[in-house]
Design a protein around this ligand. Structure first.
Ligand SMILES: Nc1ncnc2c1ncn2[C@@H]1O[C@H](COP(=O)(O)OP(=O)(O)OP(=O)(O)O)[C@@H](O)[C@H]1O
Ligand SMILES: [Mg+2]
Length: 401
C-alpha cells in the first residue's frame, strides 16, 4: 500500500479477495441439493454473450443482470441508443462430498474449482422429497453446512501448515536479521492457523487489520471467500415462509460468520421459467400473485454482488447508459481504468454527480447550477451510484507527476 501523505484521507480498509473488478460467484453444496437447477434458472436469465464482445460464456458460466432502479431511471431520462446494466458472473461447481479435502469424490478437483471463484453461493437442501436421494441418507441442512464448511477449512489448514512451516524456516535462517515484513507475515499466518485449527472458524470470521488482510490475500484461502447461504425449500414452505430448519440454519450461520441467508425454492424458480416460456411471462406473474410470492432470484443476484463487495458507477448520456462494476474502495483513476487503461494513465479528474442529486434536480444542468457536479481528483474514492465523466489527457510517459 502506498504510504499515506499528510492531509490525505485515510485509505479505505482492505477487503479480502483478488484485486479485480471481474469477480465471480461459484455455487457449492453437497450433491443433489439443487445446485445445477439453481444454476440453470440463473442461466435462463443470462445476458446474451454478444453484449460482452470480449467474453465467451462457458456452459457452466452464467452472466446475469443485477437489477437496479437507478439504472432504469437513467435509461428513462436519457433514452440512450445503448444500455448496459451491471452483471454478475456465476459458475456451477459439481457437488462437494465429505472427505473431499482428502481426495474423496472428485475431491481436489472441486476444491480447485472453488479456488477459481471469489465468493460462494452455499446451497443447502431443506426440501423433503423421497425421490431425490440425499448422499448423507437424510435431510439435515445444518449437518450439511458443517460438512462443507469443514471440508473447506481442512483444505485451508492443510495449505497453511506448509506455509507456516516455510515461514518458520525462513525466520530461522535469517536469524536476528529477519525483516519486519517477514516477521509480520509469520505472525499473521500463525494467528490464522490458530483461528482455523483451534477456533475452527473460517479465515473471514477473524478480526483482521488492513495489513494482515494484505498478507492473507496472497494465499487465496478458500474460507476467506465470502458466502451467501441459499436454503432450498419446497414450494409450499417457500410460499408460507416457514420451514423447521430455517431457525436452526440461521443460528448456525450467525455463530459462524453472520452472512446473509436467503430462502429460495429452486423447483418453484424452474416452474416459473417453464411457465414463462411455455405460456407467457404474465402467466408466471399471475401464478406468483395468486400465491402471494415473489421470485427470489433478484435478491439472490444482488446478495452475491454485495457479498463480493462490488458496486457500480454509471456513465450516461444520449449514446449510452452503462453500469461499470468495481470493487468498493476503488479510487477514481483505477475506476477510470475499467473503461480504458488510457483513462487511468492519463487521468486528470473525474466530474462526479451523485445519483440522488440528479434524481432530485432532474437535469445535469440543474445539478451543475447547484454546484453539485463536482470535480474530483486522484484520491477520490468512487461511491456506489456515482455518475462520472472522466477527463484525461495525452500520456506523458517520460515524467512522473
Ligand atoms: N426445492 C426443490 N424441491 C424439490 N425438488 C428439488 C428442489 N430443488 C431441486 N430439486 C430436485 O433435486 C434434484 C437434484 O437437483 P440438481 O441436479 O440441481 O442438484 P445438484 O446439487 O446440482 O447435484 P450434483 O451435485 O449431483 O450436480 C433434481 O431432481 C431437482 O429437480
Ligand atoms: Mg449439478
Amino acid at each position: 500500500m502506498a504510504p499515506k501523505k499528510k492531509g490525505e484521507a485515510p485509505a479505505p480498509k482492505r477487503i479480502f479477495g483478488r484485486f479485480s473488478n471481474s469477480l465471480k460467484m461459484g455455487i457449492v453444496g453437497l450433491p443433489n441439493v439443487g445446485k445445477s437447477s439453481f444454476f440453470n434458472a440463473l442461466a435462463n436469465l443470462s445476458v446474451p454473450a454478444e453484449n460482452y464482445p470480449f467474453c465467451t460464456i462457458e456452459p457452466s458460466e452464467a452472466r446475469v443482470t443485477v437489477k437496479d432502479q437507478r439504472f432504469d431511471w437513467l435509461v428513462d431520462l436519457y433514452s440512450p441508443a445503448s444500455r448496459v446494466p451491471a452483471f454478475l458472473e456465476v459458475w456451477d461447481i459439481a457437488g462437494l462430498v465429505k472427505g473431499a479435502s482428502e481426495g474423496h469424490g472428485l475431491g481436489n478437483n472441486f476444491l480447485s474449482n472453488i479456488q477459481a471463484v471469489d465468493g460462494l453461493y452455499h446451497v443447502c437442501r431443506a426440501f423433503p422429497d423421497d425421490d431425490v436421494i440425499h448422499v448423507e441418507g437424510s435431510v439435515d441442512p445444518v449437518r450439511d453446512l458443517d460438512i462443507i464448511a469443514s471440508e473447506l477449512r481442512l483444505k485451508d489448514l492443510e495449505r497453511i501448515d506448509k506455509i507456516e512451516a516455510d515461514l518458520a524456516a525462513r525466520v530461522t535462517r535469517a536469524g536476528g536479521k529477519a525483516t519486519k515484513e517477514l516477521l509480520f507475515e509469520y505472525e499473521t499466518v500463525k494467528k490464522c492457523t490458530a483461528l482455523l485449527r483451534d477456533a475452527k472458524k473460517p479465515v473471514r470470521a477473524g478480526t483482521w487489520s488492513s495489513s494482515e488482510i494484505e498478507v492473507l490475500n496472497g494465499f487465496y484461502f478458500l474460507t476467506a471467500k465470502p458466502a451467501v447461504f441459499l436454503v432450498n425449500l419446497s414450494e409450499k414452505d417457500y410460499a408460507r415462509k416457514k420451514n423447521k430448519w430455517l431457525p436452526k440454519i440461521k443460528a448456525w450461520i450467525d455463530e459462524h460468520t453472520g452472512e446473509p441467508l436467503i430462502p429460495i425454492s429452486v423447483s418453484l424458480e424452474s416452474k416459473l421459467q417453464d411457465m414463462a416460456s411455455n405460456e407467457s411471462a404474465e402467466a408466471a406473474a399471475a401464478y406468483l400473485e395468486t400465491n402471494s410470492m415473489t421470485s427470489a432470484l433478484d435478491k439472490v443476484i444482488l446478495g452475491g454482488y454485495r457479498a463480493l463487495q462490488l458496486i457500480y458507477f454509471f456513465t450516461s448520456g444520449a449514446d449510452e447508459v452503462k453500469s461499470w462494476t468495481i470493487r468498493k474502495g476503488l479510487l477514481a483513476p483505477q475506476a477510470a481504468g475499467t473503461i480504458h487503461t488510457d483513462f487511468e494513465r492519463g487521468f486528470i479528474c473525474a466530474e462526479v454527480m451523485a445519483f440522488d442529486d440528479l434524481k432530485e434536480l432532474k437535469t445535469e444542468a440543474a445539478v451543475k447550477a447547484a454546484g453539485k457536479f463536482k470535480q474530483q481528483g486522484k484520491n477520490y474514492v468512487v461511491a456506489d451510484g456515482d455518475i462520472i465523466l472522466f477527463k484525461f489527457g495525452t500520456i506523458n510517459t517520460g515524467k512522473k507527476k
